[in-house]
Write a protein that binds this ligand. Structure first.
Ligand code: GDP
Ligand code: IMO
Ligand code: MG
Length: 437
């Protein structure tokens, strides 16, 4: 029995969905603890590709309880679409939504776009899913929680205050007229509320009961360390705590209950959105990796920026998350590149930095210092499938050396290695649910 947190260690899209789906088959509960429809988590089962934004990535494992935790922000329309897709696919999702999760309202979408425009060079290139404005209203205590949305009189009262304030703000501050009336918003969101109400239960209580029964639990992160509101590259990140601490506050679990924190590491860097990425590549290597890996945003379709693996950000991620294990992804995608580089440290104003500076201006000025590695051969889909079955020692020896170097530098053991997008394309070195540490 164990509780394991799964977080992104880089800029998102590391393959958290795939790793959660993999471990979920051995878990009893999966809890998504942060973010909203800005996330896009891909799961490939056979020939079918699922892209989830809200529902936890354990949703395809029959019988598992999947919880959308209090730390998330929910776009009810998007969530209902996902539930429909699951039903159409014949899945019987056992989904529970926290009454404490916040609701993304139409003003939040409009404000997201308007605020990005105002920010100019400091805009993060958001997903336009209303995330920042929704978390702002949560922090200012104007927000509407799921439990309030499904309680019609409370929703009506809260919406009345918010509608006036936000519509006025949009038009007077941002010169953005908002066309929907309060009655229209109320009617639309009340209809969502009716459909979602059966899923809303006190998740903190359910999680507490599971802990006392010593159930296996996965806490699923969204976004990643470099996008965390506190620890990420402010202001180029998102608006929630996406690191392991957020797993506690976003689900209602104390830190002492957590046994494992698994950091998902893509074997190179990718980034959607703006802001400095010291190891970014602008040559053909980037386009080769992007095209081979289909590196386009799951949520927005934007091409992902590509770079070499960056150890200073990973050392930082290891510290702020307290990583106990690493799950590598995309070893197959990086194959076929003759020479691969890892940034071992930065040089900033003549100083050697092993981890990242606090300011984004300093971060932008960091010069990456590289160590070269010999690349490994692309052994084709069938070859990678065989490797997944045979285990770590059957990986090309150059790939073994590359992964072992990272693990040694971070002083964190390897728990899993992805060599393809499917659940079965995973080499498992440690099954976190086999026993407590
Ligand atoms: P997430 O947001 O961290 O869940 O990641 P995304 O789903 O946005 O992006 C990761 C992409 O990589 C998805 O298309 C996955 O199917 C894919 N993926 C994950 N692990 C592997 C792997 O080991 N090899 C390959 N080829 N694809 C992978
Ligand atoms: P998953 O869970 C990659 C980025 C956006 C933008 C910044 C803020 O799939 O890894 P937001 O819409 O949250 O206000 O945008 O964060 N971003 C992501 N990048 N993967 C994600 O989620 C992301 N969620 C947000 O591109 O730079
Ligand atoms: Mg993603």
């Amino acid at each position: 029995m164990a509780v394991a947190v799964i977080v992104g260690t880089q800029w998102g899209d590391e393959g958290k969905g795939k790793i959660v789906d993999f471990y979920a088959s051995r878990a009893d509960l999966v809890v998504r603890f942060c973010g909203g429809a800005n996330a896009g988590h891909t799961i490939v089962h056979g020939k079918t590709k699922y892209k989830f934004h809200h529902v936890p990535s354990g949703i395809l494992s029959p019988g598992k309880i999947n919880i959308i935790g209090n730390g998330t922000v929910i776009d009810p329309k998007k969530l209902l679409e996902e539930i429909d897709t699951l039903h159409q696919a014949g899945a019987k999702p056992n989904l529970i939504i926290s009454p404490r999760a916040h609701i993304v309202l139409p003003y939040h979408f409009a404000l997201d776009s308007a605020q990005e425009q105002k920010k100019g060079g400091l805009a993060a290139g958001t997903t336009k899913r209303g995330i920042g404005p929704c978390y702002s209203d949560k922090a200012a205590r104007f927000g509407v929680r799921m439990g309030e949305l499904i309680d019609e009189p409370t929703f009506k009262e809260k919406l009345h205050v918010l509608h006036e304030l936000r519509v006025k703000g949009l038009s007077e501050v941002y010169n953005t007229p908002f066309s929907k009336s309060e009655a229209e918003v109320f009617s639309e969101y009340s209809s969502y509320a009716k459909k979602l109400a059966p899923y809303v239960k006190d998740t903190t209580e359910i999680i507490g009961a599971a802990l006392s029964k010593k159930k296996n639990m996965l806490l699923e992160g969204a976004q990643a360390t470099m996008l965390d509101i506190d620890h990420g590259l402010y202001p180029f990140g998102t608006s929630s705590n996406t690191t392991a601490g957020g797993a506690c506050t976003g689900s209602g679990i104390g830190p002492t209950a957590i046994d494992e924190v698994i950091g998902v590491v893509k074997v190179y860097t990718s980034r959607v959105g703006t802001g400095p990425v010291p190891t970014e590549l602008f040559d053909t290597t980037a386009s080769v990796i992007r095209d081979k890996g289909g590196e386009y945003g799951t949520t927005t379709g934007r091409p992902r920026r590509i770079g070499w693996l960056d150890l200073p950000t990973l050392r930082y991620a290891s510290q702020v998350n307290g990583l106990t294990g690493l799950a590598f992804t995309r070893v197959d995608t990086l194959s076929g590149v003759d020479e691969i580089k890892i940034c071992t440290h930065y040089s900033l104003n003549g100083k050697k930095l092993l981890t990242i500076p606090a300011s984004h201006a300093d971060f932008a000025a960091c010069k990456p210092i590289y160590k070269s590695f010999k690349g490994w051969e692309d052994i084709g889909a069938e070859g990678w499938s065989k490797v997944a079955k045979k285990g770590f020692s059957s990986l090309p020896k150059e790939a073994q050396a590359y992964l072992s170097f990272i693990s040694k530098e971070l002083k964190v053991p390897i728990y899993a290695v992805g060599v393809g997008a499917g659940r079965e394309d995973t080499i498992v070195l440690k099954d976190v649910f086999s026993k407590r540490r």
